[in-house]
Design a protein around this ligand. Structure first.
Ligand code: 2AM
Length: 178
């Protein structure tokens, strides 16, 4: 695969269609009124936020992370929550498998080694469902959503007049042609 165009980027797991539909239904039926719902096509689970990256950094990073071992991980998203600082309402697994923690730490190391500075705060696995939630809403009981994650994607974040748009531009396993 050819080198993706540089930009503001992050590494993430990208939901398959059934998972995306289940989460969209949860938002539409139970949560949409508390703030600004994330567009269904933008739903994702961030692994490492990269920020602005250039072509040289991408050229170094992608072959390295392409070669990291990736086993499927079963995630059970069973917990809703809200953070007052970022004002986001999120869905997360109550129990984070060690495999996921290990993967994030390996990815962070690879990213750092390519000269991209990563956030040093502890990783908090979550999917943002609704933004601009000004106060803690009453959180409904939910049916857990099971998602078997496997290959991660590089996502580009573009700001458009109608709002931010996330686009997967590379998938682990795609490799990188010189
Ligand atoms: P959020 O959903 O909690 O805002 C694209 O912006 C993705 O990267 C989102 O999942 C976002 O998390 C996350 N993100 C944005 N800025 C970040 C930062 N400085 N550190 C870590 N993750 C970040």
């Amino acid at each position: 695969m050819k080198l993706p165009d540089p930009g503001r980027m992050f590494l993430a797991y990208w939901p398959n269609q059934p998972v995306r539909e289940r989460i969209t239904q949860l938002i539409d039926h139970r949560l949409a009124r508390v703030g600004r719902p994330v567009a269904p096509d933008n739903l994702h689970l961030t692994l490492v936020f990269l920020g602005q990256v250039n072509a040289i950094q991408l050229q170094q990073l992608l072959p390295v992370i392409d070669g990291l071992e990736s086993e499927p991980i079963e995630l059970v998203f069973d917990r809703l929550g809200w953070w007052p600082d970022s004002r986001v309402l999120w869905l997360a697994p109550n129990s984070i498998p060690e495999q996921l923690e290990d993967l994030v730490s390996e990815l962070r190391t690879s990213v750092n080694e390519c000269g991209i500075e990563v956030d040093k705060r502890p990783y908090r696995a979550h999917m943002t469902l609704v933004r601009k939630v000004r106060q803690l809403p009453s959180l409904p009981e939910i049916t857990p959503v099971t998602w078997r994650v496997h290959k991660w994607v590089l996502v580009r974040s573009d700001t458009r007049p109608e709002g931010v748009r996330y686009t997967p531009v590379w998938t682990q396993g795609d490799g990188l042609k010189p």
